[in-house]
Design a binder for this molecule. Sequence first.
Ligand code: ADP
Length: 277
Amino acid sequence: MSAPVTGQPPLIDCHNVSVYRGETLALDGVSLRVAVGEHVAILGPNGCGKSTLIKTFTRECYPATNRGESHLRILGRDRWDVRELRGMLGIVTNDLVDECTRGMSSDFAELPRRVTARDTVISGFFSSIGVWEHHVVTPEMREKADELLARLGVGHLGDRLLTEMSSGEVRRVVIARALVHDPSSLVLDEPTNSLDLKATYELREAVRTIAQSGMSVLLVTHHLADIIPEIERIILLQNGRVVDDGPKEKLLTSERLSELFGVPIEVGRRGPYYHAW
Ligand code: ADP
């Protein structure tokens, strides 16, 4: 179901990348390649470096320069304008969901603004949190925002404030925001955290339609049930290292995951979905 597009540079080409967070070596010589159109889940225990890996792709964390030759190319390029890069990767983290809900970014000292779903999506055009007086919003932007909200199944909520929506609805609005620049991928960091069963189901279905449209889905998670059928490749991270990379039938086994998480885990499969307990 993953359909790598041939003849294009890889979406991600990462070779021997190490990253320090303070004194901690959070990524230790990570190498991986993800083709455009390929869907991948990155799985591993808390603290294994999943968020750091995403932050390295988005240039919030920088590779160490003292650990041998390394490179990190996104769509074939070493250098990017950071805003353009983030727009092309389509990143949705829980921090971003919080910032959008509060109507302010973590480095913003102003009072929170209350924003609607439509404005949240439009803010993606400006890489801002909320739409501000100096932003010039065109009818095309509004139209695209409404189209994307509809695509995510929240088209009826355009005028609703984010603070008056359920967590699942907010998350789908923030995913719509990530799609305004027609990115090459959608990168989701723990997308179903704190969602109930219905919201989890609706979010998963929305992500499935995006994956089926040909856009790469990169999912970072520790919940096997988040791994939609379209994702066939799994990358296992442990202590900042890629310890395995392969098809899910091979890696999502009781034995392999018990070893990875360091506790007895039983993996079950129902249709194309996996569960662990
Ligand atoms: P995950 O997302 O898999 O839970 P992280 O990438 O958040 O893992 O963390 C990887 C390692 O880096 C952990 O040991 C964590 O404690 C450390 N770490 C993460 N953020 C910071 C930070 N801001 N300062 C210092 N260490 C950090």
